[in-house]
Design a protein around this ligand. Structure first.
Ligand code: NAD
Length: 272
């Protein structure tokens, strides 16, 4: 594993995407961090700073993650790619001694468990967070508290229409926390999520219904609605811009430097 230097060297995987561009802008402006590499399948050879609108950074987009890790010797790889690419990217990083900070959602639970084992075995820290926005993390925490008092609950998650996975990682994580708090959690596997015919969404352990709305104009939003005798309780969080995730990403980049295993959920870095 790379030594802990004062300046954290960061590679962004998925650097040409919506979240990746936001991370490029953030890391390039952040004291104590340096953007040293950018990986994507698109915009190859283009200066990633120009792509992200912050002017040339001298870091060109490459599609060769392994080559970039070898040539730039980063401390951390931030991944905002796709459900089908993320696990392989993280394995490549871990084997190169580079700490993954993963924001990509929709990863297969078996891959997640496998990454956890690899991270611990190699003693290279990993952070996986389905939502880096502090407001969303608090919403999940409050939902966990309310779950003990309101047995009936449904989740409505609303995202932009380009999102690949449904239900969202945040909705699944919220359902998992509610289910754990109520004591009807069975297993954290995708088989616990059944897609309901005719709608986009799913049904989690304990019968928690998740409704997934996909529309242009949205970023990332979620309502958790609890129903009880003569009353309802609604928790709602809105990410109205992708900047909402950046404080959490920066925090995770700093914190992963001190980890030797995988931590799942930003809450496990901020509510210890
Ligand atoms: P996007 O489609 O805009 O960007 C994904 C980028 O990854 C694309 O540029 C694509 O070319 C690139 N890519 C695909 N496979 C790749 C590979 N193997 N190597 C390198 N690059 C590759 O998507 P987005 O809106 O930026 O979202 C990315 C992910 O982040 C999604 O899974 C989304 O759900 C998740 N997300 C997480 C959070 C969070 O807080 N954790 C917040 C928002 C979005």
């Amino acid at each position: 594993m790379k030594g802990v230097s004062t300046i954290i060297r960061v590679v962004v995987c998925g650097a040409a995407g919506r979240m990746g561009s936001e991370v490029v802008r953030t890391v390039s402006r952040e004291d104590g961090m340096e953007l040293v590499g950018a990986v994507d399948r698109h915009n190859l050879g283009v200066d990633v700073g120009v792509l992200a609108g912050v002017g040339p950074l001298g870091v060109m987009v490459s599609d060769d993650l392994e080559g970039v890790l070898v040539s730039t010797q980063p401390d951390v790889m931030v991944d905002f790619t796709t459900p089908t690419s993320v696990a392989a990217n993280a394995r490549t990083a871990l084997r190169a001694g580079v700490r993954p900070v993963i924001g990509t959602t929709g990863m297969d639970p078996n891959d997640l468990a496998d990454l956890g084992r690899l991270s611990a075995e190699l003693r290279v820290g990993t952070v996986v967070a389905p939502n880096f926005a502090i407001g969303a993390v608090l919403m999940m925490k409050f939902a966990e508290m309310a779950a003990k008092f309101f047995p009936a609950v449904e989740i409505i998650e609303l995202h932009h229409d380009q999102k690949l996975d449904a239900p969202s990682g945040t909705a699944l994580r919220t359902a998992e926390k509610i289910s754990l708090a109520r004591g009807d959690y069975r297993q954290n596997t995708r088989s616990a999520v059944a897609t309901l015919e005719g709608v986009r969404g799913g049904c989690y352990d304990g019968g928690i219904r998740i409704h997934s709305v996909r529309l242009p104009g949205l970023v990332a939003h979620q309502e958790v609605i609890f129903g009880g005798l003569g009353q309802t309780l609604t928790l709602r969080h809105d990410s109205i811009s992708r900047e909402s995730f950046m404080h959490g990403v920066v925090l995770a980049i700093h914190r992963v430097m001190g980890l030797e295993e995988m931590v799942v959920g930003l809450e496990n870095l901020i509510f210890e």
